[in-house]
Design a protein around this ligand. Sequence first.
Ligand SMILES: *[C@@H]1O[C@H](CO)[C@@H](O)[C@H](O)[C@H]1NC(C)=O
Ligand SMILES: *[C@@H]1O[C@H](CO)[C@@H](O)[C@H](O)[C@H]1NC(C)=O
Ligand SMILES: *[C@@H]1O[C@H](CO)[C@@H](O)[C@H](O)[C@H]1NC(C)=O
Ligand SMILES: *[C@@H]1O[C@H](CO)[C@@H](O)[C@H](O)[C@H]1NC(C)=O
Ligand SMILES: *[C@@H]1O[C@H](CO)[C@@H](O)[C@H](O)[C@H]1NC(C)=O
Ligand SMILES: *[C@@H]1O[C@H](CO)[C@@H](O)[C@H](O)[C@H]1NC(C)=O
Ligand SMILES: *[C@@H]1O[C@H](CO)[C@@H](O)[C@H](O)[C@H]1NC(C)=O
Ligand SMILES: *[C@@H]1O[C@H](CO)[C@@H](O)[C@H](O)[C@H]1NC(C)=O
Ligand SMILES: *[C@@H]1O[C@H](CO)[C@@H](O)[C@H](O)[C@H]1NC(C)=O
Ligand SMILES: *[C@@H]1O[C@H](CO)[C@@H](O)[C@H](O)[C@H]1NC(C)=O
Ligand SMILES: *[C@@H]1O[C@H](CO)[C@@H](O)[C@H](O)[C@H]1NC(C)=O
Ligand SMILES: *[C@@H]1O[C@H](CO)[C@@H](O)[C@H](O)[C@H]1NC(C)=O
Length: 739
Amino acid sequence: MKAGFGVSVLAALAGLALGQNAITENSGNFSLTADGMSYLFHVDQESGDLVSDHFGGPSNDFPIPAKISSQGWHDGLANVRREFPDVGRSDVRLPAIHIQHADGNTVSAFHYQSHQILQGKPALPGLPATYGEDADVSTVQVTLYDNYSDVTAVLSYSVFPKYNAVARSFQIHNNGSNDIVIQRAYSFSTDLPNLDLDMIELQGDWSAEMNRVKRKVQFGETSFRSTEGYSSHLHNPFFALISPTTTESTGEAWGFNLVYTGSFAATAERFSHGGIRVLLGLNPLHSSLHVAPGDTFTSPEVVAVYSSEGLGGMSRSFHSLYKNHLSRGKQTKQTRPILLNSWEGSGFNYTESSLVTLAGEAEALGIELFVNDDGWFGVEYPRNNDTMGLGDWTPNPAKFPDGLGPYVADVNNYTVLNSTSKLQFGLWVEPEMVNPNSTLYHEHPDWVLHAGQHVRSLTRNQLVLNLALPEVQDFVLNTVHGILDSANIQYIKWDNNRAIHEMPSPATDHAYILGLYRIIDNLTTSYPDVLWEGCASGGGRFDAGLLHYWPQSWTSDDTDASNRLTIQLGTSLAYPPSAMGCHVSAIPNGLTQRNISITYRAHVALMCGSFGFELSPSELSPEESAAIPSIMDEAHKVNPIVIGGDFYRLALPEETNWPAVQFVSNDTNTAVLFAFQQKMMIKPAAPPVRLQGLDPTARYWNSGDNGTYSGATYMNAGINLQWPQADYSSMLVWVYKQS
Ligand SMILES: *[C@@H]1O[C@H](CO)[C@@H](O)[C@H](O)[C@H]1NC(C)=O
Ligand SMILES: *[C@@H]1O[C@H](CO)[C@@H](O)[C@H](O)[C@H]1NC(C)=O
Ligand SMILES: *[C@@H]1O[C@H](CO)[C@@H](O)[C@H](O)[C@H]1NC(C)=O
Ligand SMILES: *[C@@H]1O[C@H](CO)[C@@H](O)[C@H](O)[C@H]1NC(C)=O
Ligand SMILES: *[C@@H]1O[C@H](CO)[C@@H](O)[C@H](O)[C@H]1NC(C)=O
Ligand SMILES: *[C@@H]1O[C@H](CO)[C@@H](O)[C@H](O)[C@H]1NC(C)=O
Ligand SMILES: *[C@@H]1O[C@H](CO)[C@@H](O)[C@H](O)[C@H]1NC(C)=O
Ligand SMILES: *[C@@H]1O[C@H](CO)[C@@H](O)[C@H](O)[C@H]1NC(C)=O
Ligand SMILES: *[C@@H]1O[C@H](CO)[C@@H](O)[C@H](O)[C@H]1NC(C)=O
Ligand SMILES: *[C@@H]1O[C@H](CO)[C@@H](O)[C@H](O)[C@H]1NC(C)=O
Ligand SMILES: *[C@@H]1O[C@H](CO)[C@@H](O)[C@H](O)[C@H]1NC(C)=O
Ligand SMILES: *[C@@H]1O[C@H](CO)[C@@H](O)[C@H](O)[C@H]1NC(C)=O
């Protein structure tokens, strides 16, 4: 067992020489150390198994004094806290790795073989992942080997000390001479001790995404999953474990987020001794992954964050990690153009000239980017409604007789109001889909997901192209290259409006997602200046996998500003507001019929990195039109701090009539407060708004009550806002440090 250890001490010393000791190893004891977090595990010297010691606040003693009692029915590995639980060998909890071997047995025995400590973080082949320079992140790769089955597992742990974050993934290498089948692959697994914990996850549906739900981690499995082939509206591949006393700003919180877009499963399993096994990775129903002799399977990674500063601290770690070390597009840290999307204003019913007119109306409001949504393509099967055309990405000649080029030039010919810039043009695509009513489907019925002769279930009249097939990947790649080369397109909204259906095998889902990543890796690399926005019937694919490639994602098709507060604040649990796309739409709201003022609608949408409108400017009321200039002015002022600042949820819409959030610039000089009153109430009075993240000793002026107070007063005593006697009122308050 000791053979490998000598080498690694040198690697650890090399790390120390660089002034970094984020990862150390001593006699098989591994310490991953961040500014406010420790992650500890060790090799059992007898068996070679990897044993979990600690994931939480700073701690550095080996062996960890706290141990699971071996009293009771179970003995052996069932009483051990394990880092990479396999199947068999007396552990009856859920495994992180479940392999079916050629003879049909599913037992594995992964034992320590060697390890390597590196500065920086190697890329995951074909998968999105966090990244960083040598100074940002350190990695340890631990090689385990099952000598009964001739299979190798390499666990990779990367620690980002500034963010109290560990990213973990693993590889399975088949050293044997027969195929193996991976039935379960949970990228992250650790065994926490017998702590009283609650699980928070983001549950939802179409137009009702990302509701926080909390439940106790009870004995047995506390689980959720997506079997939709994508991350889904129903559950997001994220959860937090918190102690029952944790709040937004105090207490312990552990966050787990899978950097992946396909089906997934998440579980916290509390065993009879009370210990909690944490598992997050691929959905076993969509696994059955064959690994041929000599081949390697790479799991997606999970980012795990620890915070002793409540859920808010956890969220801010995710946000800054993702802005600095996950989302790689150059627009991630740039302010975004104010856009107008044609969908709610025009639907499918438009012509080139009606769109150029609409773009002109948009420009007159100060819009910087005009987005042409669905309906622009299809020759034999013109896309005038959702029954036909998907797959045929040639401009509809009845709408665009000369193609997109001259039309886009006309849009670009507008100069943005009060600016010297030209109006930018953006386009909607849904390249993973096909309507049976399309030329593509008639030519290539075999390009669609299917299982033998089984019926291909339609949703929204469409089927899913099988992106697992290289020829389909090439078709999509060439199609989108062709579109982008045909006109001056500066933004793409990439939609995806249905879940997967019948597949040739459960493993197709993972192969599909790898195909999707291959395509969008190529496209984002080939067109670095294009701003990409993901969309999946709203927030159906708001996940860290796509955030690696695309800096922003449409948050929900529900644009009702009151509902949106819950959706956006739920999304912010794991994902930065700078990555959210949010628009002002017309009233009465198409989904809820609510009539919320344009100021409130704008304030809700301004909390997001990508702000815009989804309405017909000609239908604005005189009061709405009068409000637009000041909304545009605020949009330009707010966007830099939404993109670059730290985000605080001050009060939640599900807990108070007066929800509020705040952004603070990274130098604490400026803060902006968004505050809302849902219903007008005689009593109780609105509570004071207590800010966070300011410099306590500095003095700040605020535009709400025009007062100047110390940071400490804002944070501890709070300020009162004078609410009007009206439902759905909102305020945007600036807070400036006085020099
Ligand atoms: C490593 O941990 C073992 C117990 O697991 C302990 O006996 C040993 O002293 C530790 N070694 C170091 C160098 O900390
Ligand atoms: C695997 O290695 C262990 C020692 O770690 C040894 O006891 C066992 O016999 C080996 N099994 C086989 C099949 O080689
Ligand atoms: C398994 O295969 C990998 C990759 O070829 C190799 O590095 C490793 O040494 C092999 N392990 C064993 C025990 O043969
Ligand atoms: C389509 O737009 C035209 C021109 O604005 C209008 O006359 C027509 O009624 C619209 N058709 C539908 C089906 O909405
Ligand atoms: C959809 O559009 C096509 C082409 O314009 C038209 O023939 C068809 O009747 C429309 N179908 C529905 C259901 O509106
Ligand atoms: C651009 O607009 C100007 C008027 O503002 C017009 O004279 C010119 O022809 C337009 N150019 C194009 C390419 O449409
Ligand atoms: C094909 O389009 C027609 C006309 O809109 C529609 O009635 C039919 O349902 C569509 N077929 C499918 C399979 O969606
Ligand atoms: C993208 O794909 C095209 C077509 O396959 C290929 O020619 C090009 O080299 C690829 N570019 C990148 C950056 O991967
Ligand atoms: C919103 O206003 C419209 C009239 O513009 C009215 O028909 C509708 O009832 C109002 N909705 C609500 C929820 O008050
Ligand atoms: C454009 O500038 C004019 C003059 O400075 C100003 O009155 C107006 O509010 C501005 N409009 C917008 C949308 O910024
Ligand atoms: C703070 O934000 C500014 C502007 O976004 C940026 O240039 C700077 O690098 C940031 N500083 C830190 C320490 O993150
Ligand atoms: C804000 O306060 C300053 C000084 O305290 C005062 O001069 C100014 O008139 C006030 N402005 C408003 C709008 O109340």
